[in-house]
Design a protein around this ligand. Structure first.
Ligand code: PLP
Length: 391
């Protein structure tokens, strides 16, 4: 827990003094250390310092650059307007909180990110969950939601994700939007992992599935493909205008610093105009996912760059395996265990990027074969660390 990786953000970093091959970069397109990006970040830091702008957007924190970035983002994701959010997590909580009141009903996918779940916790009205990507159940929940909203006079908001960050499968947006023929609802999509990686132009999962125009509110963070901090929400002009005046986490917080804003403008420019970054990403994704499948690994239902390697074992075995992987095979990736996944399941989560190489893929698959053999032979059960979990 709380491991310290040292060195520049890159596939090879230092962990406990040794070089490791890192699959947790959150830098899909490799923009973090792209020279033009680093220069834009450095120039913005020199020009503005970290303090600028002075306050919240509504008070003394608005600038032409914030608005320019919003206009460019809106155009890129084919929406009328966009608005910047300081962080994705608190931003999307405020989007949901300000759009919904106690009369409204929320219908959501059960595997939505914690920030959506936290927004639901603030909701005073009803919410109905459907099991992950289960469209039949989504429809049943919409029947209940419709009945209730007729009584209350409220509306219905459906929330899902473009790409689910743990399993890598896309939200079934195509099927969800078909339900708009039968029910009246608005759709909010968190596309943190899809923005920049999915769709012909990188505009995300809606573009990939040909339904971007049916997404009423499109959200993404800058924390993944944009390799930065910040986020945005995009949609119809009147809804975005309403959000600007109502999102408490933005109204009562200092605006996104200009270093981030200028940096985001440069990143967006490269994301839009340099397709080779996305092409490199997908070259690595295909090599990694096909290579793992050829060696008999299960990678679940992913259809995005997120690559979960599904193994069976206890939490103690997972702890020992991950220590072995990091310290003896020099591979660093996230390990997902109970209660995030069911008891007995271990997921090694790999996030490929445009800056990984085919050699990195080959080395990783060889290491995974070795640790899988040890896991299956019961080797990890016998360690002191595994025993300390008392399972
Ligand atoms: C699906 C999803 N939504 C929202 C967030 C939160 O975004 P941020 O890191 O900008 O707070 C994350 C994590 O970054 C995420 O994976």
């Amino acid at each position: 827990m709380f491991p310290k990786l040292e060195g520049e953000i890159a596939p090879r970093m230092k962990f406990k003094g040794k070089e490791v091959l890192n699959w947790s970069l959150n830098n899909y397109l490799g923009l973090a250390n792209q020279p033009e990006v680093r220069k834009a970040d450095a120039d913005a830091a020199t020009k503005w310092g970290a303090a600028y702008p002075m306050g919240a957007r509504m008070m003394s924190g608005n600038t032409d650059l914030h608005e320019q970035l919003e206009n460019e983002l809106a155009e890129f994701v084919s929406k009328e307007k966009a608005y910047l959010l300081n962080y994705g997590y608190q931003g999307i909580m405020s989007v949901i909180d300000s759009l919904i009141d106690r009369k409204d009903v929320i219908v959501y996918d059960g595997e939505c990110h914690a920030c959506i779940i936290d927004a639901l916790r603030m909701h005073m009205g009803k919410r109905f969950v459907f099991p992950h990507n289960d469209i039949e159940s989504c429809e049943k929940q919409l029947v209940r939601a419709e009945r209730l909203s007729k009584e209350t006079g409220g509306g219905i908001l459906v929330i899902t994700e473009g790409v689910f960050g743990m399993t890598g499968d896309m939200g079934n947006l195509k099927e969800i939007v078909k339900l708009k023929d039968k029910f009246q609802f608005r759709l909010l999509v968190d596309d943190a992992h899809g923005f920049g990686t999915m769709g012909k132009t990188g505009a995300g999962s809606g573009e990939e599935q040909g339904v971007q125009d049916q997404i009423d509110l499109y959200f993404s963070t800058f924390a993944k493909s944009m390799a930065s901090i910040g986020a945005f929400i995009a949609g119809d002009a009147k809804v975005i205008l309403y959000l600007k005046y109502n999102m408490r986490s933005q109204i009562f917080a200092k605006a996104l610093p200009l270093i981030m804003v200028e940096g985001a403008l440069k990143r967006l420019d490269l994301l839009k105009n340099r397709p080779e970054f996305k092409e490199n990403l997908w070259k690595i994704v295909h090599a990694l996912q096909n290579g793992l499948k050829e060696k008999g690994f299960s990678i679940g239902t992913t259809n995005s760059p997120v690559t979960p390697v599904v193994l069976n074992g206890t939490v103690g075995e997972a702890a020992t395996l991950s220590k072995d992987l990091r310290e003896n095979y020099n591979i660093f990736c996230s390990v997902v265990i109970y209660p995030v996944v069911p008891k007995g399941m271990i997921i090694l989560r790999l996030i490929p990027t445009a800056v990984h190489s085919i050699e990195d893929v080959v080395e990783t698959i060889a290491a995974f074969e070795a640790i899988k053999e040890k896991l299956n032979s019961g080797y990890y059960k016998t360690t002191e660390l595994a025993a300390s979990f008392g399972e």
